[in-house]
Design a protein around this ligand. Structure first.
Ligand code: PLP
Length: 314
């Protein structure tokens, strides 16, 4: 008999960390996270005119660091910003931020803002003083950690996702107004999180994650109007590794409600099961067998150093 039939989700333990843990780097200086500040006149703050990327560290190792740096560089170029130095120095500085924080499990953000316009002027081309902000704080879970083993409750939003023609979803951005409203609606309906359809009703993504559904043994994820998540890529690779069929194609809310299993993927939490959708329990109300298998494989591979870059804490 296949031993995996009895497999259950094993959420890995984190190292303890102090409440004030976290280190930031802003424009050449390192500081405790509580002291990290940007000018209120920076368009990064007042216009969400910014791009960013988030990578994580688990058990003292970055996961897919170079993939995140490559995506950040593409977002920077696509947002018409310029990094103050090359990606080799960016990489070293990210490693230093995490080493200084001492965090073994960390959420590591890299942000580049448009900067402050000259006085009395709104010409974006004259904002030359971008701020590069890098910081490491304790690891973040987009579905509460204590709900991972049993699975979260997802509400399908009535609000359509901002179209990619308006804001390019491939470049990571702070245009989260649709996500924020949808999340509050989901909380009011008793959910943990939400997913947004596009204007044609195709399921896109949620606040900080990509979405997958499983039907008849195949794993589906939306092709369009989504961030090309690094964890999404990882899931597709894991499926290939274990011979599971994947279909990157559109699907709608009703397809999700009829799914066998649903999970979401993000740097902030990895693979996270969804066991209730719009108040309907999926399957047996516990993470399904394929989600569980992918979840445990993701963590086992990572703990063995897969795609890892160790941090030197000395
Ligand atoms: N979609 C959105 C809108 C996100 O903000 C994120 C991550 O923050 C994701 C998807 C998942 O991407 P990744 O797996 O690279 O973290």
């Amino acid at each position: 008999m296949d031993q995996r039939v009895n497999e259950s989700i094993q959420v890995p333990d984190e190292h303890p960390f102090p409440d004030d843990a976290g280190v930031a780097y802003i424009d050449g200086e390192f500081m405790p996270i509580a002291e990290a500040k940007i000018p209120v006149t920076d368009f990064g703050f007042s216009r969400s005119d910014v791009t960013y990327d988030v990578v994580h560290v688990w058990n003292g190792q970055f996961f897919r660091l170079d993939d995140h740096i490559d995506r950040f560089a593409a977002s920077v170029a696509g947002t018409r910003l310029t990094l103050p130095f090359g990606t080799d120095i960016l990489r070293e500085t990210l490693l230093e931020v995490v080493a200084r924080s001492g965090l073994r499990e960390a959420y590591v953000d890299m942000i580049l803002t448009r900067g402050v316009p000259p006085r009395g002027c709104r010409d974006l081309r004259l904002c030359t003083n971008h701020s590069l902000i890098l910081y490491a704080v304790p690891f973040v879970w987009v579905v509460p950690r204590e709900k991972i083993a049993s699975g979260g409750h997802m509400i399908i939003s009535d609000i359509p996702r901002i179209p990619k023609e308006s804001v390019n979803s491939k470049y990571k951005n702070f245009h989260w107004g649709d996500f924020t409203q949808s999340l509050f609606d989901a909380y009011e309906k008793g959910g943990d999180t939400t997913v947004l359809p596009d204007a044609d009703g195709n399921i896109t993504e949620g606040p900080g994650f990509n979405v997958f559904m499983i039907r008849e043994g195949a794993v589906f994820t939306g092709p369009d109007n989504v961030l090309e998540g690094i964890t999404r890529r990882t899931v597709l690779e894991l499926c290939a590794e274990i011979g599971v069929e994947t279909r990157v194609q559109t699907f709608k809310a009703d397809d999700m409600r009829a799914a066998d299993e649903i999970f979401i993927s993000s740097t902030a939490g990895g693979i996270m099961p969804i066991t209730k959708i719009d108040h309907t329990i999926l399957g047996n109300g516990v993470p399904g067998p394929l989600t569980t298998r992918l979840f445990n494989l993701y963590w086992a591979n990572k703990l063995s150093g897969w795609h890892g870059t160790p941090v030197n804490y000395d």
